[in-house]
Design a protein around this ligand. Structure first.
Ligand SMILES: Nc1ncnc2c1ncn2[C@@H]1O[C@H](COP(=O)(O)OP(=O)(O)OP(=O)(O)O)[C@@H](O)[C@H]1O
Length: 346
């Protein structure tokens, strides 16, 4: 078997999202066949542990299952910038979790997406950039504070996720009024001076709305895309549209709409009550031609998260499964953004 034979077989592997085979899409970086019976293939895949990219890798292995060759796969998306020029050289994907309005469960969603990606096997960081209400440490019962190591900050870990929060910078019950330039400085510093190491995903919990912090992040970080969280209520949906406009203005990809508090299963009567209405998130996604990532019901377990602040996504059951669907869709859609970038940039 030579390189051309390998490519011919690879041309039989389809990308489940982009509607063509991986060779035509330019997703094969490199192929080597050696005398020892090994085929080394480098693919332009960018969303580690996403179900769709894992399926592509499986299909590639399957394409050589009838041969005696060993297949060694690697994945990398060629960077446009040198490592020295990149803001976060070790981070593959930055995913912002945003909402137009406060209290819709944005932080809850960010925590569960981060923990869920980590549970899939990915290396994950979570940056709680909610300057006005940094509640992630409390949510995951993070006792440990960051350490300093020379000029850098070492983030503590919870559930395998490296965590940095604006809350670490302020005392408890010590409301800080951040002005625009301060926000800019702090965010840049927190991103650049933290030892994130090599990460597959950095999830950013943005403050609600469309203010200074969001702008700073959009302008300074290479975002793979944003997740917009909304409840099915009319007012929340209206505000979500403002968020969409902000991302649109900055050419930021929106990975999709996640709906929170989508109904309540009553533990007493067993009935399902649609407290804030139904179908709003899905309709919003359809209207703006965006993916709908899934919906999570109102469930007291989401708030309590167990005694040790364990995110519900790590649990079993209906609500955990609802979060897992969102996690998988976020990863899959991040992959679409990355692979489409390679394919269209050729
Ligand atoms: N699906 C849910 N079921 C039950 N409680 C929930 C659910 N989602 C969120 N909550 C609770 O609602 C409250 C608000 O959620 P959260 O802090 O995630 O919202 P937020 O949008 O990040 O708010 P803000 O950014 O304004 O602080 C929290 O106490 C959280 O535990």
């Amino acid at each position: 078997m030579n390189e051309a034979d390998v490519r011919e077989r690879l041309a039989g592997v389809d990308d489940p999202d982009l509607g063509d085979d991986i060779v035509s899409l330019g997703l094969v970086n490199d192929v080597e066949v050696d005398d020892a019976g090994e085929i080394r293939i480098s693919l332009a895949l960018g969303a580690p542990f996403s179900p769709h990219e894992s399926a592509i890798a499986d299909d590639v292995r399957e394409a050589f299952a009838d041969t005696d060759f060993e297949v060694a796969l690697s994945a990398s998306i060629p960077d446009e910038l040198d490592a020295a020029e990149q803001v976060l050289p070790g981070v593959q994907n930055v995913i912002a979790v945003a909402s137009g309005k406060g209290g819709v469960g944005k932080s809850t969603m960010a925590v569960n997406i981060a923990a869920g990606l980590s549970a899939l096997g990915a290396r994950v960081g979570l940056f709680d950039a909610d300057v006005y209400g940094p509640n992630v440490p409390r949510m995951v019962a993070a006792e440990e504070r960051p350490r300093t190591d020379g000029d850098t900050i070492v983030p503590p870990e919870r559930f395998g996720v490296k965590l940095i929060s604006m809350d670490f910078l302020t005392g408890e019950d010590d409301p800080v009024i951040w002005r625009g330039p301060m926000v800019h400085k702090i965010i840049t510093q927190l991103v650049e001076d933290v030892q994130w190491g090599e990460l597959d995903y950095l999830v950013m919990d943005l403050p609600p709305g469309t203010g200074d912090t969001q702008l700073t992040i959009l302008q300074t970080l290479p975002l793979t895309g944003a997740v917009i969280v909304t409840t099915p209520q009319e007012v929340a949906l209206d505000d979500a549209v403002k968020g969409l406009r902000m991302f649109g203005k900055h050419d930021t990809n929106v990975l999709g709409i996640a709906e929170n508090m989508a109904g309540f299963r009553c533990p007493d009567c067993g009935g399902f009550h649609e407290i804030f209405g139904s179908g709003g998130g899905k309709a919003l996604a359809r209207e703006h031609d965006l993916p709908f990532l899934g919906g999570v019901p109102l469930d007291p377990a989401v708030r309590t998260g167990g005694d040790d602040g364990e995110p519900v996504v790590l649990d079993e059951g209906e609500t955990a499964d609802a979060f897992k669907v969102i996690v998988e869709n976020v990863a899959n859609n991040a992959g679409v953004v990355r692979r489409r970038g390679v394919s269209e940039g050729r």
